[in-house]
Design a protein around this ligand. Sequence first.
Ligand code: IVH
Length: 690
Amino acid sequence: MEKKNLKFYIIKLLDILYKIYKLFYFKNKIINLRREILNYNYKYHVLNNSNILDYQYDKLIFKLKKLENLYPYLKNKYSSTKLVGARYKSLTFLKKIYHKIPMLSLNNVFNEQDLFKKFLFPINKIIKKLNFCCELKFDGIAINLLYKNGILISAATRGDGIIGENIIKNILKIKSIPHTLKGKNFPKNLEVRGEIFITKKNFKKLNQQRFDKYKLFSNTRNTAYGILKMNKNVDKKIFNLLNFYSYGIGFIDQIKFSNQQEILLKLEYFGIPISKYTRIYSSYYKIINFYKYFKKNRNLLPYNIDGIVIKINDVKKQNILGYTNHAPKWAMAYKFPSQEKLTLLKKIIFQIGRTGVITPIAYFNTVNINGVNINFATLYNINEIIRLNLKIGDHIIIQRCGDVIPKITNVVINKKFLKRKTNILIPTLCPSCNSILKKTTNNILYCKSGLFCKDQLKAYLKHFVSRDAFNIYYLGEKLINKLVDKNLVKNTVDLLNLNNHILSKIDNLGNKFINKILQSLKNKKTITFNKFLFSLGIPEMGTISCYYISLFFKTLENFLNTNLIELCSIKNIGKKTSLSIFNFISKKDNINIIKNLLKKIKIIYPIKISKKNYFYQKKITITGKFMFITRYNLVKKLKILGAVIHTQISKKTDLLILGTNPSSKLLKANKLNIKIINENKVFSLFQKYK
Ligand code: IVH
């Protein structure tokens, strides 16, 4: 009897093992079939070059369908049986895409002294033993490729770092970017970050083809960008001119990496192209040599690089150093000096920015650097004029910093150039509103008149209508200047209230154009919370900090009721920004403007709060300690549900949440007859509104 039993179990076990084997066998078969079909789809739909007969293709689909029906749990929404052909076509070109993790930039240095002062020494103070991953800095366009279960499903430009534009249609035509990952065990989501660029040879070839027919591309980066954005009626061959290298990842599920090198190797394993010139060094001397080597030999590379990137290799150490809103603190771009040109300084204009800061702008005789004509450069502040001992008529050296921003690096002292020079007069009065200018301790000039100063108002209105804020079409710089000069617009609300009558007071504005403006204003009914925050023009608040702030506060009401302590506690928001926000929301004028804006526009919040939930719009105060939740998380949860948190009890308080060891808030709440609930009750309410 026992023997019979044993035999029975062995047979059963073998049967199970066989089923598991079969499952894995068919899972692999399904995956391979899907990839094969995707490849044919790509050739057919993107390259217009099918290399399979219709009946053979149908046979593959039939085979896949049959297997998927046998193992329905292996079906997913990326299966070719569902996506055939239409997959990429359905994706709208240039549609906005949220990066799963913001795409940051890099801090730059241009000389060895700054590299040590701003990067290596400060880091060495915090962490002693370090390995550095030294990479080339490719001069192209940053791109974010999203692979879902190993299949490329979207490709976005960097955009404002949070939202980019979907350019998958063109990306799919670039040969070096794989449509499916190689190998196995792909993460569910993988954001591959890298640079699209054009080789020097292809750049030359393209411009030769364009000669006489189209405008020539001025440099390799602009060319890569131009090609990526091309839409319709383009010869697909043009995309073969582009190349791609990955330098890292954004979001990733499942896989944890211990260092940058491991990340790059994994990407290579997945079939993603990476540079062969990456090196790991622990000595400063070797880093400098790596830089010097490529500075000297960059001409031998087939593509343009504008420097090297030095990254802390160890991921844990990277996390200790963290990020600013703009760049990681664990990486630094050490850029090559760019081409220099000699020219003559003609005049300095003192420009007033939207926050009142005065920036001297130097205008000079036009020079051409790397194919781009330049005739002005910003001097940042008056310190720069003093540092350079600058005079009108000086012979100056212009350099394009990082090959982009023009900069005056030097004044040439030469007997030949000594004649006819005029001192630069630093203004004491605002060139726009004539008010007395103030100076900060570090010599930054600013006008304190705020939006009463016309130039400040103009600059702010330009910011307000810009793409990352209200994004209103047809309200360009010239029109805004005229509206302000004629006193037709005194603030942002006036701008949103523009009508036919007001616009017809501007010379040379046709009816057709007026209608376009009015239509675009009419269409502007909603704005996302982060863009609304950005539109307020709060000093120090860039698009990325607005994004974090919007996620933290969830509603405008929470934001306006915050305090300095809370602001300082927000991850990724520094003290300077917190202070600036606090100053802004403490001013009555600003709150009035916000109130008036809200009459015209509706804010869209990241998460919809159900108005039916118990905490919605309740004014809540918290006291004591909690067993199962930190106070930070409790506040966060309550805010998500739309509660308004007050630090002190008052007559207006709706609810006190009571922990252990409460403060005098409990006594006060009792006195004022305010409802009190404990942690258990809070949790049962959270559960209800989950
Ligand atoms: S790392 C969070 N590595 O340079 C770190 N960037 O000036 C993100 N770039 O937007 C960048 N080569 O598009 C990194 N080896 C490299 C790079 C690189 C080129 C670009 C990248 C970035 C820009 C910043």
